[in-house]
Design a protein around this ligand. Structure first.
Ligand code: ATP
Ligand code: FE
Length: 361
């Protein structure tokens, strides 16, 4: 399965075998391009995808010593995301698939994050499972019943957890790590937190008040604002390394504790209200590579007698491999798409059977 991906600011291609072996992969980051603008500039992102995509695909085939004839099918990211970016991988993937008469699979970016943990571990990560997607744009808990079948349990009311990490990193004046070290400043905040005392500053765990304590949703804007107000009133100085480390550690602990509580609630809801018996808890998305977050989720899993499964960190953040693997999973079930598919900018993960994918005929 050859995958093309240009959903946000990474141009990626990957070849994954039917059994889930990574044959080759290439990823061109654009973090440096957007860093000076303080966020992703859609037009700039699309320009870079347009320039990089042919090189990325060429390199991926060369590294695998394969030609298009040797590829069994093509997967492309179809949404959700920036239209101008998505158009690049769709146009490239559709054209190559059509010219070579290969089956085409359009992939939902968040389904790909959710299915990544199954690659090479299908016996361990059996359906249904509880999945926590903690990334730059999303914070979701869901039951993954099968490919194409997801029940959304909770989502964020405001910022995603990845955004909160990124904004707090900015409050602390933490520079972004080199793109090779992972997406966004989250890994740098985590590295700093290792030297910090999480007890020095008391940060409020979100949604502990009774009205929202039983909600399955998440909220991170209050926590982020708390750190901002602390900086404004001079409770810490971003120029003092120990202050930076202590705030980073306190923030990380509060964020992880919030995720732990809401994951425990989601699991209880899945079991009682949905009458499902999740086989494990999966966490994926960039923030799932954070060790404090993993430890918090491992505690929920252990208390409930379930394993916690997370993809390796580099496969938690955006990558082409997850698109290829989702292509493999969908192709196996005959979930193919016509060469005429377009991008879907807003595409709720629990609407896959009703939106975008046509029922099989
Ligand atoms: P989405 O999938 O929702 O569209 P995305 O693909 O941009 O978003 P990812 O690449 O999965 O998101 O994750 C990037 C986010 O994860 C960034 O906010 C980054 O700071 C955060 N992140 C990555 N590694 C870590 C870490 N070790 N600790 C905390 N946060 C992290
Ligand atoms: Fe992502």
């Amino acid at each position: 399965m050859l995958a093309f991906s240009s959903s946000c600011d990474d141009t990626a291609a990957a070849i994954v075998s039917d059994s889930g072996q990574i044959v080759s992969e290439t990823n061109r980051h654009q973090h440096r391009v957007h860093e000076e603008h303080g966020g992703i500039v859609p037009g700039l992102a699309a320009d870079h995808h347009l320039r990089n995509m042919p090189l990325v695909v060429r390199e991926t085939l060369e590294k695998a010593a394969m030609r298009m004839e040797d590829v069994d099918a093509v997967a492309v990211t179809r949404g959700p995301g920036l239209p101008a970016s998505l158009s690049v991988c769709l146009a490239a993937g559709k054209a190559l698939a059509a010219v070579h008469a290969k089956p085409l699979v359009g992939v939902h970016h968040m389904e790909a994050h959710a299915l990544m943990a199954r690659m090479g571990a299908e016996d361990a990560v059996r359906f249904p499972y509880l999945c926590l997607l903690v990334s730059g744009g999303h914070t979701l808990s869901l039951v993954v019943h099968d490919v194409n079948e997801h029940t959304l349990l909770g989502s964020t009311r405001d910022d995603s957890v990845g955004e909160a990490f990124d904004k707090v990193a900015r409050e602390l004046a933490i520079p972004w790590l080199d793109a090779q070290d992972g997406g966004g400043p989250g890994p740098a905040l985590e590295a700093l937190a290792r030297d910090g005392d999480p007890a020095r500053f008391a940060l409020p765990v979100p949604m502990l008040k009774s009205a929202s304590a039983t909600s399955l949703d998440f909220s991170f804007s209050g926590l982020k604002a708390h750190v901002r107000r602390m900086r404004e009133r001079g409770a810490f100085s971003p120029a003092v390394r120990q202050d930076q480390a202590d705030v980073a550690a306190a923030f990380q602990r509060a964020a992880a504790d919030h995720l732990r509580r809401k994951t425990a609630l989601a699991l209880a809801h899945a079991r009682a209200a949905l009458r499902t018996a999740p086989t494990c808890i999966v966490a994926s998305g960039g923030v799932a590579s954070n060790h404090a977050v993993r430890a918090a989720l491992a505690a929920v899993a252990a208390r409930n007698g379930l394993p916690l499964v997370c993809p390796p960190p580099r496969l938690c953040t955006d990558n082409g491999v997850m698109i290829a693997w989702t292509g493999v999973e969908r192709l196996r079930r005959g979930l193919l798409d016509p060469y005429t598919i377009d991008f879907i900018q807003r595409w709720p993960l629990d609407r896959l059977r009703h939106m975008g994918y046509q029922p099989r005929t």
